[in-house]
Design a protein around this ligand. Sequence first.
Ligand code: SF4
Ligand code: SF4
Ligand code: SF4
Ligand code: FES
Length: 952
Amino acid sequence: MNSMVEFYQPQADFGTPSSKSTELVTLSIDGRDVAVPAGTSVMRAAFEAGIKVPKLCATDTLESFGSCRVCLVEIEGRRGYPSSCTTPVEAGMTVTTQSDQLAKIRRGVMELYISDHPLDCLTCPTNGDCELQSTAGEVGLRDVRYGFAGENHTQLEKDESSPYFTFDSSKCIVCSRCVRACEETQGTFALTISGRGFDSRVSVGPETNFLESDCVSCGACVAACPTATLTENSIIESGIPEHSVTTTCAYCGVGCGFKAEMRGQEVIRMTPWKDGKANEGHACVKGRFAFGYATHKDRMTEPMIRDSIDDPWKRVSWDEALTFAASRLRSIQEKYGTKSIGAISSSRCTNEEVWLVQKMVRTGFGNNNVDTCARVCHSPTGYGLKQTLGESAGTQDFASVADADVIVVMGANPTEAHPVFGSRLKKRLREGAHLIVIDPRRIEIVGAPHVRSDLHLPVRPGANVALLNAMAHTIVDEGLMDQRFIDSRCDKVAFSNWLTFIQQPENSPEAMEPHTGVHANDVRVAARLYATGGNAAIYYGLGVTEHSQGSTTVMAIANLAMLTGNIGRRGVGVNPLRGQNNVQGSCDMGSFPHELPGYRPVSDDAVRGSFEAAWGVTLDPEPGHRIPNMFEEALSGAFKGLYCQGEDIAQSDPNTQHVEAALESMECLIVQDIFLNETAKFAHVFLPGSSFLEKDGTFTNAERRISRVRKAMEPIAGKADWQSTLGLAQALGCDWDYESPEQIMREISALTPTFAGVTYEKIERLGSIQWPCWDAESEGTPTMHEESFTRGLGQFIVTEYVPTDERCSRRFPLIMTTGRILSQYNVGAQTRRTENSAWHEEDVLEIHPEDARERGISEGDWVGISSRMGDTVLHARLSQRVRPGVVYTTFHHPVSGANVITTDSSDWATNCPEYKVTAVQVTRVTQPSDWQERQKHFDVKQQRLAKDSALG
Ligand code: SF4
Ligand code: SF4
Ligand code: SF4
Ligand code: FES
């Protein structure tokens, strides 16, 4: 076992949170001198000294509460028996944690709890992993004098509505840990203690259950519960785990650390890792519970090949599949030229796997035709931040938000798409930080329990640049800029050019109002708040990048941060919220056709030379094809072979019919995935992929944090993804000999300056590392651009607002925009194969009641959505979250065909598709669209061809 595979035991609990104070206080506990930071509780000080104090209502993820009275201690000079969890340490304090009197009191308290608790420990699912049970043992409780004849709660009914956990109220000791977890950690406030005294019970509200309540199934209450009252169903079914492996969630770009708790090869539970720096012990419903897809019956477990997509598949050995794929690719190159093949790497795969894909393209294919699914989400972030600040990544760690006074959330929906960061954000807002939301839609944090935005600017889709320019204009106009910062940190000429531009009257909020649709005064108020409210941080998502002016918007955000000096320290910065788990990593690893790893141009002789020396080949100095160019070239007959790793382009890329035509024209499409996804239905070679549970490697999250992914179970199809790519490269004649992902990381560090100091040993020791990590001594960089920008002087860039070509017309009078929801993930391939579908069975179209009324549409009607590209049909949901003139949908189900409608208009600098702006008409209909009918038949045919696959 490696050092992060451990026999199962609950994670250490110090009773109360750690204190951030730098002042040390010394006290004596049970005769031992202990020095801890001021503000630490007596309980935590004791635990840190290795002295265990019995506890029930305290846990170190929550503020102390002081209700159970089990943790009493004696403190010299104090009367009575103070509770150690609520008493802060004081210098010179003398504490006794064990005495006859304390033991007697504690036994008495425990006796009362146990007398109202079912005595079914032997058959209880958490037997051996229950704090009530262990605390009874610790205090020496041997018998209970009170019988069960009196009034008690032992017969209460269970709430089994949640697909993931059970609430057995009969076992509840009303310690409130769950209620506090829901409030303090998650910020949902779904739970309450109803009733008083003996009648006090935990409740999700009157007349409801967990599934139907506001609960978002994050599992924080389950993790906090010291008894079997809130228990994962997997524990009830399979018992407590026997070992655990520390790893990283493979869903979103938050990159939460988890303990995969196992019995043999079976995952019993995913428990958020308390030492995980991205999540600090919290999780969301996806990472915490939606892991069942990894062993779903739909998993593809054998390589398959076929000559044509109308043929049945032949199941073959790995060797045969890889040889077939390699010989097809080579014969395409002989016929159509070196540049006729390429690859798409996956933002869901590890850094090491992505590294091998781009290396195979550059050394084995002999060209630079490699791109990544990050193209379709955050490529403008890479471009925009590189131009202005000098580094293609966000500037802060997530913890930095705790120091922000003003938070701008733009084109992002953190509580749905980045939920654990969303919880951190809400916590800071509850502490009093101000919030400005810039989004066409009224997202949850505009008005959630105990959270309310100061301003919601419902910008028209496509007008982000206009709005940001108007904010910058106001700041300059009203003299609110940070001139000292600008003078000392930014390029003078660039600033002066930009200043002339931004001062133009056409950039004023008043002049921009017809474009933005936002009242000029609201823009001015927002600008003043951002510029003068203290530490101001901007968090943004795909609602910023997925536009024809995505890169311009990112640069406008960076301009704002530099203008106000909100960069280079905690609590401020420019923070892209990345969609998929390894979007940052796949970009860092050189998945772009014009850049080698570390964002260095392939055209740079010196950079290319360092790779040529290490790899022993001559590299092509010409940039290769981006994904959209690959499709264009395929349709023109010049691009015939594609290796697509872990990315479902047929579903996720815009203008589906165009993508399908390009895929159909390929002579060799190799798809590597864990399921027969939509793209695989057009494939000639299928290589079964491995889930994150089946491999070793690293992911890099939205904070640039490199975390380990560790193998918890053997690869179901026999190979981890890095081994499949290795096999294909070897079949192509590459002289590669990797034995482990760690060996690949050594090569990454040797060739990528920002990773130079990254080793598995260091990640093991520190838990994770935020790049840049320049050398062996460095422990990474939580905050970037502290003293100076990576590029030297910050570069203000003129960001002229150019309206998108995608305009409303009489034929297409509404604007459709897209987004995500909490329970589903991206194209839904994983989450649709879990119980998460209980919350979202289908994608629907949100439409404002006024627009619906005009069209005679009622809630639940089938509606046809047509754009200049195509049509699809969804059910309608009437919603005031969108403004009149705007409709909204998600894209988690293939049959929804959201991308049949989206156009191939894209960002001017990076080709990131303009998913967020499509002019549409919506009408009431009675049947699915033609495309949906065709898709259904094609799906049935391809499923049959896969099912009828024969051994080759
Ligand atoms: S699962 Fe999360 S949201 Fe639901 S009640 Fe528990 S803490 Fe609250
Ligand atoms: S459900 Fe668990 S955490 Fe909540 S009050 Fe009851 S025992 Fe405590
Ligand atoms: S917030 Fe993201 S990384 Fe964390 S558990 Fe949820 S999906 Fe996984
Ligand atoms: S643990 Fe201190 S009062 Fe409950």
